[in-house]
Ligand binder design. Structure first.
Ligand SMILES: Cc1cc2nc3c(=O)[nH]c(=O)nc-3n(C[C@H](O)[C@H](O)[C@H](O)COP(=O)(O)OP(=O)(O)OC[C@H]3O[C@@H](n4cnc5c(N)ncnc54)[C@H](O)[C@@H]3O)c2cc1C
Length: 414
């Protein structure tokens, strides 16, 4: 259908990243007419290569498990923390806690993974239009009624639908238009990253481990994500002011190398490696929309909110919100009621899950030490692993809150 634009659809999805592809596919599986507009042509570059295990269940519903099993993506079995002195703590092997297939996941080259998801959406009946930018969402009063698009030749058209799904990622079209974005006051971070060829890799089940390496002064951390194309994705995350304001140079490349020099665990791992790409920067993130849905519209993935790269939760949240929104959209269309209440019924549960992950992110930035916590509370290692796996949507994991707070109070008291 590329190139032939419909005048109407039941559902329009803005953006063909993981959140948009998930929502579109799951609604199309129910026999509904879904039209997706993506401004780029895939494959396109995207940051965010590390999956976490709970993505398994959504990938299963999408019919993508066989493709993932047969893909060249490297299997990821654990997250490993390297402290400010460069010492590796005991890894969190997901299968030690839940010995199931769903406990291993993948490190993906995003251009390939996102293309796989978008092609799968088209195969399952979604009318996908790449190279088509959504210029505006059209409203009749408070109700979203359609979109104005521009095709690759710049020709503009209007397409109407019962439900508009905003999956435009950090562009967050509806959130921006309606002034719904709330920046996270505690997570004012930024990231600088690039890719390295010939960097050190683990072996056996450690070959695809994500490493989280603390800076020497604990001002931030590096991610270290081995990929199947021979590169390792290596990026620093720290406070925006620390990275970009409080130092003489503003050059991201110079800052990146200054931070490498401050990370005892990283230097030796890339000593023999060669840089394989430009240095890239992400400056604006950690926000959430004040609403998940309105009459005729719903937000998914980064278009609703983004936390932090720390525990690699972005794609899981994109997939999970896509799944929850898809089920809400199908129910709304079935009952002929596409109100905010119906389309956003999944919001509170989702935000609770996101909050659990946010808490763990904030604790890390406040000095939480996983090794010490688990040594003190060995019976809670499973709960911490649950969160690292992405099992965010159950109350059980809240049992770690009181011991976490006790440990923080103790640290504050010296
Ligand atoms: C520095 C950094 C590191 C990260 N690391 C990880 C990680 O290791 N693991 C992880 O899980 N997550 C990570 N993330 C987060 C992850 O990348 C995102 O959460 C994820 O991509 C969200 O998917 P999405 O589909 O919501 O948005 P996106 O993947 O951004 O997709 C949005 C799509 O919408 C399209 N679009 C935008 N505007 C329009 C328009 N007007 N018209 C048509 N199309 C449009 C875009 O072209 C894009 O393809 C990281 C993020 C950052 C910033």
């Amino acid at each position: 259908m590329i190139g032939t634009f419909p005048a109407t659809s039941e559902v329009i999805v803005i953006g063909g990243g993981p959140a948009g592809a998930t929502t579109a596919t799951l609604v199309a599986q129910k026999g509904r007419r879904v039209t997706l507009f993506e401004r780029e042509r895939f494959p396109r570059f995207h940051v965010g290569e590390s999956l976490i295990p709970e993505t398994f269940w959504v990938l299963q519903r999408l019919g993508l498990l066989d493709a993932m099993r047969g893909s060249p993506f490297i299997e990821k079995h654990s997250v490993q923390f390297v402290n400010e002195k460069g010492i590796l703590s005991e890894p969190f092997y997901f299968a030690d806690h839940k010995p199931e297939e769903s406990s291993r996941t993948w490190q993906v080259v995003r251009s390939e993974f996102d293309e796989l998801m978008l092609r799968n959406a088209a195969e399952q009946g979604v009318d996908v239009h790449e190279g088509t930018r959504v210029l505006d969402v059209l409203f009749d009063g408070a109700r979203a009624t359609g979109v104005r698009i521009a095709d690759a030749d710049g020709i503009e058209r209007t397409v109407s639908a019962d439900v508009i799904v905003d999956a435009s990622g950090q562009a967050s079209m509806i959130m921006s238009r309606l002034g719904l974005r709330a920046w996270d006051p505690e997570l004012k971070k930024a990231a600088i990253w690039t890719y390295w060829k010939g960097a050190e890799r683990g072996t056996g089940r450690d070959a695809g481990a994500t490493l989280v390496l603390q800076l020497g002064d604990k001002q931030g951390w590096f991610w270290y994500i081995p990929l199947h194309d021979g590169t390792v994705s290596v990026g620093v995350v720290a406070g925006y002011d620390y990275l970009f304001k409080d130092r003489p140079t503003k050059d991201p490349e110079a800052i990146y190398f200054e931070e490498i020099a401050r990370c005892p665990g990283l230097g030796p791992r890339i000593a023999e490696a060669e840089r394989a790409g430009p240095v890239r920067v992400a400056k604006e993130y950690s926000y959430r929309s004040k609403e998940v849905a309105g009459d005729g519209w719903v937000l998914v993935g980064d278009a609703f909110g983004f936390l932090d790269p720390l525990y690699s939760s972005g794609i899981l949240l994109a997939l999970k919100s896509g799944e929850l929104a898809a089920d809400a959209i199908t129910a709304a269309l079935d009952s002929n009621d596409t109100s905010a209440a119906r389309l956003g019924a999944w919001g509170p549960e989702y935000v609770r899950g996101m909050e659990r992950m946010r808490r763990l992110v904030c604790e890390f930035y406040e000095g939480f030490n996983f090794g010490r916590f688990v040594k003190r509370h060995p019976h809670l290692k499973g709960h911490v692993t649950d969160l690292l796996i992405g099992d965010l949507f159950n109350d059980r994991v809240d049992e770690i809150v009181a011991p976490l707070e006790a440990m923080r109070a103790e640290a504050a008291a010296g």
